[in-house]
Ligand binder design. Sequence first.
Ligand code: ATP
Ligand code: MG
Length: 403
Amino acid sequence: MEEINNPIIMVRMGEQTLKGRNRHRFERAVLEHLQWRLERFPHVQFEASYGRLYIHLNGESYIDIAERISRTFGIFSFSPVNRCELSLEAIRETALRLMKSLKDKPTTFKVSVRRVNKDFLHDSQSMNNLVGGYILQAIAGLEVDVHTPAVELRIEIREQHAYIFCEIIPGLGGYPSGTNGKAIVMLSGGIDSPVAGWLALKQGLELEAIHFHSFPYTSERAQQKVIELAEQLSCYSRSIVLHMVPFADIQTGLKELGNETLLITLMRRAMLRITTELGRQRACKAIITGDSLGQVASQTLPSMSVIEQAAGMPILRPLIMMDKQEIVSKARMIGTFPVSIQPYEDCCTLFVPKSPSTNPNPSVINRLEQRAAWLQGTMDEAIRNTVTVTITERMARETDSYF
Ligand code: ATP
Ligand code: MG
């Protein structure tokens, strides 16, 4: 992307999929979110009009702003545009100026006119000729190629203005931040759970995150890694409240029960109980995990079904049908991958048994948990000792460490 002279960015929202009141709510949410994300650009002005959003740059950097728009959910696509009044003269002049300003001088082009405003004198087809012919005359060496033009000069004739542009940049789509309620993502230091959290954000969920750490068996750096993952996710959301739960006492106690093969099942159930409790306190309506079917022993159908019985709210598993390759490429795209592969162990690697069960027996699990009379008290204590931090992208830039 390069800096441009166009003073306005036209933002297209999810207009295809939404109708009526929902659509207004959707557009409002995108607007509010963008206002917040672009707060640090004081000259930027917003204008919402007929289902589109126009961002007037007023001298602010296009690249910085476009980068933020491309990380905002609820946006279908956007374009840097030139705007002019609804007259053939003005449209021709603006179109010519835009064509002349292009850095890589195109040798071929094509004009595509969309006439939304049916009151405009000339229809799309005649406008194609009227503008195309004018530009051909004015720029020597330029030719029309309707099939594979180097530049497609687009003209949208809308209610009050005409918009002229060459570029359409795809947005992330999805729902704007927070429009589908709130959930809590179980964030390990791995590759999968940040991607699951990102997909939840994309679906319009406001997100809190919970991480179970085994300090002092694991380093503080392992916790810092999870904070960095949450920071990366917060680039796509307003802020993320992250709960850091001390889990070492629970793990040690569960290990002492002496059943190695069921240890992971027991640990996951304890994690889900604590997540349910904290999630309820924070008005979350679902738990998100990075489970992907069959990936490890705890993610077989029998394992997941025994584990999920410990949850007191729905568990959503955005990655359940994705293979590792798909997950890794998403992780790269959203920027969490380099953080996830840092070699700091999360809580479980220290306590992973050699052969965890892929088919845990629910009645054995129940018996073991009943024997662990200390478990409830230790979980309560872990909740009391949980450290909660609010992570924002802005904090990410200003602070190196929260500890
Ligand atoms: P990930 O890459 O997300 O760690 P994984 O393939 O390593 O996933 P598991 O370690 O079996 O899978 O974990 C399955 C899911 O359980 C994770 O995706 C995450 O949602 C949750 N989870 C695992 N460990 C933790 C932890 N220490 N804190 C919070 N959640 C966890
Ligand atoms: Mg893991």
